[in-house]
Design a protein around this ligand. Structure first.
Ligand code: FFO
Ligand code: ATP
Length: 200
């Protein structure tokens, strides 16, 4: 079976390798990367005029978003955070400060306030998505829950096209990720060494 017909199994293998590499990353390196990522993300043209940004709270060794969330919130941006639903779809709540985040399942941190409904993401002027890798075409590998696949399908269905931006470590930008028919490309990736944009 070639890589085009076995996307699902190939994704699982690559995910395992990428998560293992993140687990090996020293805390200091992760903190340094998070500071640089926040600075680079805040300089993005895609975020410059955004009133509403959909983001997420990084956990474990994910490229850190906490400083970025605080900076966006301080700028007056309306920051939406995902709330994982039992079927792996995402609801949304507002980020109003780190003290209003509560522990949820799977090691996640979620906002404690009102739920805005899964369609709230349609109001985002930019979407920051978690990922484990992107490739040279902007195809993204996620954790495999399909949560963000559904978000991207929802955006496409509503014909809204906010910039889609992934934050990664440098070596997570790879030549090619396995793909399946439901996958949608993202527009840009931010890593500690720079920003890369993809053209369809
Ligand atoms: N920070 C963050 N929030 C997010 C996501 C994400 O990838 N990162 N999601 C993206 O879709 C959604 C949640 N989906 C998730 C799917 C799987 C696991 C997971 O496998 N967790 C591990 C433990 C965490 C770890 O240490 O890596 C587990 O349950 O074993 C977590 C979240 C919404 N919020
Ligand atoms: N629009 C959709 N609605 C419901 N399920 C979907 C949708 N798109 C994909 N899925 C399902 O989600 C599962 C995970 O897909 P995939 O492995 O591509 O996740 P991912 O993109 O790596 O992760 P994520 O989207 O959580 O970041 C697959 O079983 C897929 O069939």
């Amino acid at each position: 079976m070639n890589s085009n017909t076995n996307g699902k199994a190939d994704k699982a293998t690559l995910r395992g390798e990428l998560l293992e590499a993140r687990r090996r990353l020293p805390e200091d390196d992760a903190q340094e990367a998070a500071a640089v990522l926040a600075r680079r993300a805040l300089e993005l043209d895609e975020l410059a005029d955004a009133h509403t940004v959909a983001a997420y709270v990084s956990v474990g060794r994910e490229p850190g978003t906490r400083a970025l969330l605080d900076a966006l919130h301080a700028r007056g941006v309306r920051v939406l955070l995902p709330v994982l639903l039992p079927d792996n779809d995402l609801d949304w709540g507002l980020y109003t400060g780190t003290e209003r985040l509560v522990r949820a399942g799977r090691g996640l941190l979620e906002p404690d306030g009102a739920r805005l409904g899964p369609d709230a993401v349609l109001g985002a002027d930019a979407v920051l998505l978690p990922g484990l890798a992107v490739d040279a075409r902007g195809m993204r590998l996620g954790r495999g829950g399909g949560s963000y696949d559904r978000v991207l399908a929802r955006l496409a269905h509503a014909r809204v096209q906010p910039p889609l931006v992934v934050l990664l470590y440098d070596d997570e930008v790879v030549a090619r990720v396995p793909e399946e028919p439901h996958d949608h490309p993202v527009h840009a990736v931010v890593t500690p060494s720079g920003v890369r944009r993809f053209t369809a």
